[in-house]
Design a protein around this ligand. Structure first.
Ligand code: SF4
Ligand code: SF4
Length: 181
């Protein structure tokens, strides 16, 4: 069975320190001024009943990814052994930015060389049996990663026992970053 990779992020313990952002930049040699992941601080409610959520965001590796269907060259694609790991083949990318326009999460950017880029769940690390870099450095242990097609995986078990939400479910992309609330 193909893997369905997911990240589960616990907003109850994330402190917004940004270690995940720094680790990603270093691991993936992301150029200055560009980011594959980022921190969002969202305040909801009205005074005096305000609530602040801090969360680490990145590409949602959507199961129905508009960036993949918008790409005219096949550069944006699903990794073969997975249902949802969205990757870009630089050599096939013309830099047309159709994927960037299609992504509702603003998760992509253009590299100085002209090709589209974004989070890969550190697939090079996964191939070595390692966790994504962001997860491995998080001092609060707020980030979990694994295969939702394995009912015994940590991510599957967390989603069974905790309440969660995904970002912009209404756009129908079936995102695979889950935020524990
Ligand atoms: S978050 Fe954006 S870039 Fe990532 S898979 Fe979904 S549509 Fe594509
Ligand atoms: S910028 Fe590259 S990856 Fe994006 S749609 Fe165009 S060719 Fe495909």
């Amino acid at each position: 069975m193909k893997k369905k990779y997911a990240m589960v992020i616990d907003t109850k313990v994330c402190v917004g320190c940004g270690a995940c952002v720094v680790a990603c930049k270093t691991e993936n040699e992301v150029p200055e001024g560009l980011h594959r992941d980022w921190i969002v601080e969202e305040i909801t409610g009205s005074y005096p009943h305000l609530f602040m959520e801090v969360r680490s965001e990145r590409c949602n590796h959507c199961s129905d990814a508009p960036c993949v269907s918008a790409c005219p060259t096949g550069a944006s694609h699903y990794r073969e052994d997975t249902e949802n790991l969205v990757l870009v083949t630089p050599g096939k990318c013309t830099g047309c930015k159709a994927c960037m326009a299609a992504c509702p999460y603003d998760a992509r950017f253009t590299m100085p060389e002209g090709y589209a880029s974004k989070c890969t769940f550190c697939e090079h690390r996964l191939d070595q049996g390692l966790d994504p870099a962001c997860m491995s450095v998080c001092p609060a242990h707020a980030i979990f990663f694994g295969d939702l097609n394995n009912p015994e995986s940590t991510v599957s078990l967390l989603l069974k026992k905790r309440q969660y939400r995904v970002l912009m479910p209404e756009v129908g992309t079936e995102p695979n970053i889950y935020y524990l609330t």
